[in-house]
Structures are given as C-alpha cells and as structure tokens.
Unconditional design. Structure first.
Length: 203
C-alpha cells in the first residue's frame, strides 16, 4: 500500500502485519522454464515525472503482503516489485496451480477478498477509512477484474491503490499499483492496459 512517512506506523501495518505469514523468498531467473513472464517497467501505467524500476522476479510471497489479498497468497507465489523515484509503487504476483479448476477457485477467492476490501480494512484498522470502486472486466485470456481502493487515515494520509486479478489456464496473476492520492489519481485506463498485458504475457 502506498503511504507517506507519517503513515509508516499505520497504513504500512496493513501489509507488515500480514507479512508474518510469509516465507523466505529466493530470486529465480525470469526466463526459467515453467515461469510465467512478468511485466516490464515500460508496461506499467506511465508516471508523469519518473520512470519505473523493476526488481528481480522472486520466488515466494511478497513482503509486506498486499492488503486484502495478501493472506490468500500461497508459498508457491512468484512476484516482482516495481517503483518510481517518487511515491508510486507496483507489484505483480503470479501463482501456477496444479489444475485449471484450482486456478479458477483461487482467482475467485482473490476477487471475493477484493469485493470486500474496504470493509475488511476498516474493520481491522479503525483509524483508516476506505472506499472502493469496481472498474469492470478486462478481456484478456480467461479474463481479469479491476478494482480501486482509496484509503484515508486519521493522521491525514490519502492513498489510492488499483488491483486486478486475471487468469490464463492454470495460472493466476495479481497486479497492484498505488500512490498517494484518491480516485482522481487512479489512472484506471492505463491500469487496465497494464492488466491486459500482464495476463496476455503469462505464457
């Protein structure tokens, strides 16, 4: 989740608290056999004044875990984190399931968690107010769904995060993009393009 320095003890705790369930991660080659392809920096929503930098493709759960969906991510996750020089970050997490049905069930679980994201955040963190929007479906492979979640904190932090969940066969990918701001800063059209690219690149 995006936040300024004052938010480190609050909103960051949403991810850090969930990270306790994480596993040790190890870097894996992006082109390893059986590993889905990940987004390149240039495929993320463009930033007005900074380019994107991508971290390595890494085995295991991301740390901290993304809000609302983090607890559902299994140890077989593979992820890649991205950031700009300013206040914008992104994350892609991909899970290869043993069967297409298991992938369908996992994608449905992530979508269910995002459907109730704002309510879940406010229930767990009383000093956070959250609201969300559903931005619709993206037609890529078996489809993807896009959400926006705006959070404000009692100390004044205001953050916008975009999430998408998509599937191609037995592979599910989650993409998160976030920065300080509100729904006016969501870059929904650009994020939908990023989502389509992420799903289409899985294999």
């Amino acid at each position: 989740m995006e936040m300024n320095k004052r938010a480190n003890k609050g909103l960051l705790a949403v991810g850090v608290a969930l990270a306790a369930a994480g596993v040790a991660a190890s870097t894996v080659p992006a082109a390893a056999a059986g590993t889905p392809r990940f987004l390149s920096p240039g495929e993320l929503p463009p930033h007005a004044s900074s380019s994107w930098t991508a971290g390595p493709v890494t085995a295991g759960q991301p740390d901290p875990l993304p809000m609302c969906v983090g607890e559902a991510l299994p140890s077989i996750s593979v992820h890649r984190a991205y950031h700009t020089d300013l206040d914008t970050t992104a994350l892609q997490v991909t899970v290869v399931e043993r069967s297409e049905q298991r992938a369908k069930d996992f994608a449905a679980l992530l979508k269910k968690n995002l459907d109730g994201c704002a309510e879940s955040v406010m229930k767990q963190y009383p000093d956070i107010t959250a609201e969300q929007k559903y931005y619709g479906k993206v037609n890529a492979e078996e489809g993807a769904h896009v959400y926006g979640v705006h959070t404000t904190a009692t100390w004044g932090a205001s953050d916008i995060n975009m999430f998408s969940v998509g599937r191609d066969g037995n592979t599910v990918t989650l993409v998160r993009w976030g920065q300080m701001g509100n729904f006016a800063n969501a870059q929904a059209a650009d994020f939908k393009k990023t989502t389509a690219t992420a799903v289409n690149k899985l294999y």
